[in-house]
Write a protein that binds this ligand. Structure first.
Ligand code: GLN
Length: 537
């Protein structure tokens, strides 16, 4: 196979060591962010699992499923990439072993390898390299950031690591650098920073033929000179190339810490590029997060509360609104599958989010929460399932449609106010078949939602199979529900609100997916603003 890479394209490969969950996605996004004001950065994430994409996984297993504009269901790290880089990523930028083997098998059946034994090396590694190069060429990337999932030494990621080693020969030594994110513990018994886990992890990396050019040590404290020297000596890097990845209360500080630690200098030297930083606005918003003038409590009421990562983009979208409103948002996760006295539970809460979800567990609890918000005039943002269940609640308790429901959980309900989308009726395969990705909506002018978006033509990302049943549009509207946004053909309800309520808002899409620190999502900004007013009452 002859590989062809653009001569000036630069590559950064990030691996992780010692522990999972150290924040490779945020580290990678932060490095990219520092370079992004001058260069076109394309992030690629490589996951070791055999699912083609995470769309069929429970969020409790793997965190939130992130949805892209093009409808790709991808790893939640893409949320970090998009939020830090301000770009729209594409589904091919998430490579999984599921995709790799799917492609290899098809190629073999087609006869692409006729006469050959198809092997991990070179066939699978070549396919991985060709995938990276083709994404980079197609996007005319200036810097490609490859993040390899998992921890160095994991069996399922070995082929990516081997491909990353070979990449150096293809793109040229001067065009590639390897970064490694590791963990520096401070055991209570000795109370000092320890380098041994890092030494061992770098040893594994070097056994694979990769010597790092940058080591990021995640730790509860900034790394001392002493530990940097030690790592530099044992791991064969320059001392300046060992930097702190400090634990922070707010991930938007990471690019600033990286900068303070000299990341852009190291990268520009290694790759022979010139970095121009543009951090002023970012710094100001980070400062706002550190010095809020007000505080509100927002409850996220769902059934995946056991793992905070299940709602990662919602948590971030709240932070974005918080930075612009100079108001601290304290988040309370409320598990709706085992709710006690709901009114009591929500007493101290200034605003509620009912996030997206699937299936029956926790649904009646969510409906109770919605009822309480409607009756006590508590600000509510219903996202996707949250919109659908707000319609169910309204149908039951305002329109008098007893036992109204969504057919997702009760096909025999007398009032099918939420029903399967017509085009979904004959869908049999579960993977990648929902109504996915960006869809436009037209907003009605004199509504709260229009005021927030300040635009009649909007677009949000979707991930659903059900919708507000058109047969019930009339009765819902007659009883006071406002359809503030519809699909352009006016068939599908995209946004709802109630007139005589300070903020009872629902969205069929997922506005959290497009929120960034620099540009918060309007519906989150609206929720936090309404919660601030509620808090003053
Ligand atoms: N389960 C609902 C549907 O499929 C809502 C999905 C969601 O909240 N993302 O339509």
């Amino acid at each position: 196979m002859i590989f062809f890479s653009m001569p000036k394209m630069k590559w950064i490969v990030l691996t992780g060591g010692v522990l999972s969950g150290l924040g490779k996605g945020i580290a990678s996004a932060s490095i990219g962010m520092l370079l992004s004001s001058k260069y076109k950065i394309i992030p690629i994430k490589c996951d070791g699992y055999l699912n083609v994409d995470p769309g069929t996984m429970n969020p409790i297993e793997h965190g939130e499923v992130y949805v892209l504009e093009d409808g790709g269901e991808v790893d939640m790290d893409f949320g970090h990439y998009e939020r830090f880089l301000g770009i729209n990523c594409k589904s091919e930028w998430n490579l999984t072993m599921g995709k790799v083997f799917d492609t290899i098998r098809k190629k073999e059946r087609r006869g692409d390898y006729l006469g050959k034994t198809v092997q991990y090396i070179p066939h699978v590694t070549n396919l991985i390299i060709e995938w990276w190069l083709s994404v980079a060429r197609k996007e005319k990337a200036e810097v490609v950031l490859i993040e390899i999932g998992g921890t160095i030494g994991d069996i399922e990621n070995e082929l990516y690591v081997e491909a990353a080693r070979q990449l150096k020969k293809i793109v040229g030594e001067q065009n590639i650098m390897y970064a490694h994110l590791t963990y520096i513990p401070i055991p209570a018994c000795v109370n000092e920073q320890k380098s041994k886990p890092t030494q061992q992890s770098i040893n594994i990396l070097r056994e694979r033929g990769i010597t790092p050019d940058l080591i990021i040590g995640r730790s509860a404290e900034m790394l001392t000179d002493e530990i940097k020297n030690k790592i530099a000596t044992f791991c064969d890097v320059k001392k300046e190339a060992v930097i702190s990845g400090l634990d922070v209360d707010n991930i938007y500080k990471i690019p600033l810490i990286f900068e303070q630690e000299g990341v852009s200098k190291i990268v520009s030297k290694e790759l022979n590029i010139k970095v121009k930083l543009k951090l002023k606005k970012w710094k100001g918003l980070v400062k706002n997060l550190d010095s809020p003038e007000k505080k509100v409590r927002i409850a996220i009421c769902g059934k995946y509360t056991r793992l905070e990562d299940s709602y990662a983009s919602i948590v971030e979208a709240l932070k974005h609104a918080s930075a612009h409103l100079k108001c601290k948002v304290e988040i309370n996760f409320v598990e709706t599958s085992k709710l006690g006295d709901i009114r009591k539970e929500l007493e101290k809460i200034d605003g509620v989010i009912i996030p997206g979800g699937f299936g029956e567990r926790g649904v009646e609890g969510k409906i109770e929460v919605i009822k309480c918000c409607r009756e006590t005039r508590k600000p509510l943002l219903g996202i996707c399932y949250g919109l659908q269940l707000s319609v169910v609640e309204f149908a039951r308790n305002v329109c008098g449609l007893k036992n109204a429901n969504t057919t997702e959980i009760n096909e025999k309900t007398p009032y099918t106010v939420i029903d399967i989308l017509p085009e979904q009726k004959n869908v049999l395969e579960k993977g990648g078949t929902m109504r996915l990705g960006a869809y436009p909506a037209v907003l009605q002018k004199d509504t709260k939602i229009f005021d927030l978006y300040k635009n009649a033509n909007v677009s949000e990302r979707h991930r659903h199979r059900y919708e507000v049943n058109p047969e019930y549009h009339e009765i819902l509207q007659r009883n006071g529900m406002v359809f503030s946004g519809m699909s352009p053909d006016r068939k599908l309800v995209e946004f709802i609100e109630l007139k005589n309520h300070p903020y009872f808002v629902g969205c069929q899409g997922h506005p959290e997916l497009k929120s960034t620190l620099l540009k918060p999502a309007p519906l989150f900004y609206g929720l936090v603003s309404a919660a601030m007013i509620k808090n003053q009452q």
